[in-house]
Design a binder for this molecule. Structure first.
Ligand code: S3P
Length: 177
């Protein structure tokens, strides 16, 4: 089956959820946020989940969610947790489920956005900027290898990012058909 979902990947704080909501509305598609789905299902926040069950358990839940989506999802924009593509199994499921867009932001912009955030357990440490830098080093090549489209977001507005995605998609469709 040709994939007819759109998947947003990228580091924490890149705007995957806000862009996803707006993109879904522009394309009259449904919207899902994987973190929200896991939180609903466990009746816990991501922080509580990391604390009580650990990161590994959370990663299994992400994979289980993708296995479910592989069977059921249609015409949906999906915003993913920043660590979801790290497991090779998840990366290939994501590729099967939809067209993958990587929202790319520098470490400085990410830090500025997240320095007061308390909801990302992986950044509640002494040196969040260092942690961001380390994670980006590992993750960016993984995000780039997985993505069908890479979009630099930096401090662009949500509307502008959505417009750029729509324009790039139009160009791709024009080339393909
Ligand atoms: C994570 C990103 C978070 C959330 C969890 C782990 C990560 O999602 O899934 O805190 O490993 O990058 P966002 O990317 O939506 O912040």
């Amino acid at each position: 089956m040709k994939k007819n979902n759109i998947i947003l990947i990228g580091f924490m704080g890149t705007g995957k959820s806000s862009v996803g909501i707006s993109l879904a509305s522009a394309l009259s598609m449904k919207f899902l946020d994987t973190d929200n789905e896991i939180e609903k299902c466990c009746q816990m926040t991501i922080s509580e989940l990391f604390q009580s069950k650990g990161e590994e358990a959370f990663r299994f839940m992400e994979t289980n969610l993708l296995l479910k989506y592989q069977e059921t999802l249609n015409q949906t924009v999906i915003s993913t947790g920043g660590g979801m593509p790290l497991r090779a199994e998840n990366a290939s499921l994501l590729r099967e489920i939809g067209y993958v867009i990587f929202l790319k932001t520098s470490k400085e912009v990410t830090y500025q956005r997240l320095k007061h955030d308390t909801t990302r357990p992986l950044l509640q440490c002494e040196d969040p900027l260092g942690a961001i830098e380390q994670m980006l080093k590992i993750r960016v090549p993984i995000y780039e290898a997985l993505a069908d489209m890479v979009l630099e977001t930096e401090d662009k507005s949500v509307d502008r990012i959505v417009q750029e995605i729509l324009l790039m998609q139009k160009n791709i469709n024009a080339r393909e058909y």
